[in-house]
Design a protein around this ligand. Structure first.
Ligand SMILES: [Zn+2]
Ligand SMILES: [Zn+2]
Ligand SMILES: [Zn+2]
Length: 254
């Protein structure tokens, strides 16, 4: 399984529009963060987890020519804003609606945002979605065995996705024992770390490091980073050797 970090930035992205801070002014490509998403590729399937506002650029940047599904973590704009841009895949793949794996709680917002995709008489060229409702019941997609894990994201429900010894965990406001139980045995972890300070709807870098340590993972990459986290070069130097900040375009096999 090949994992690609499509985007590693929080909702505003990095650089933040108009910001003059050293991170936003950094020339290091690892400090340029589009909105958080990953691509999962196996022999049989290619899946995006979330399709945020930078989805189109991410697909072009990574040369993705085929997409089998989008798994949705939750309904925030930075995770669904690019769902219209799955249209080229729909058109080139036989006009089949794009499968969306999504919790019921996220569906009303998707239907509001992309109401034109759910109308009875579709305008020609409108996107179409094949909605598969998820809960914590594991499901198979191609050669993937997916275990969704419910998390609290301030007032919302958000899902982590575990696939074998890999897990993708973003947008959580607290690290529950339920989550820790379900992540036992994970060796490769992509986990959110918003910045240095605790936040009402996200976990901090220190909380993320603690989770990775408690799970005793082989490798952890931190994502959904804001500009407040600091420059990747400086932060990585302070982290344990098996942990680092994720960056856009990073790929690894698990
Ligand atoms: Zn987010
Ligand atoms: Zn900044
Ligand atoms: Zn969110």
């Amino acid at each position: 399984m090949l994992i690609t970090i499509l985007g590693s930035g929080t909702s505003q992205g990095v650089p933040v529009i108009g910001c003059q801070c050293p991170v936003c002014q950094s020339k290091d490509p690892r400090d340029k963060r589009t909105r958080t998403s990953i691509l999962i590729r196996t022999e049989q399937v290619t899946v995006a987890v979330d399709a945020g506002p930078d989805f189109r650029q991410q697909m072009l940047r990574e040369g993705v020519s085929h997409l089998d599904a989008v798994f949705i973590t939750h309904e925030h704009k930075d995770h669904i804003g690019g769902l219209d841009d799955v249209r080229p895949f729909i058109f080139s793949q036989g006009n089949h609606p794009m499968p969306l794996y999504v919790d019921e709680s996220a569906l009303p917002e998707i239907k509001r945002e992309f109401s034109y995709a759910f109308e009875e008489h579709l305008y020609p060229g409108a996107p179409t979605y094949d909605v598969h409702l998820i809960d914590e019941t594991p499901f198979d997609f191609g050669d993937l065995h997916v275990e969704p894990i419910k998390m609290k994201h301030y007032t919302l429900t958000c899902y982590a996705f575990r696939i074998g010894k890999f897990a993708y965990v973003t947008d959580l406001s607290e690290v529950s024992e339920h989550l820790m139980d379900r992540l036992q045995g994970v060796e490769f972890l992509v986990l959110e770390a918003l910045g240095p300070k605790p936040h009402y709807s996200h976990i901090s870098l220190q909380q993320a490091v603690d989770v990775a340590k408690r799970l005793n993972v082989k490798k952890a990459w931190f994502t959904h980073c804001s500009h407040s986290i600091g420059k990747a070069h400086d932060v990585n130097a302070q982290l344990p050797t098996n942990m680092m900040l994720a960056y856009d375009g990073l790929s690894f096999k698990v």
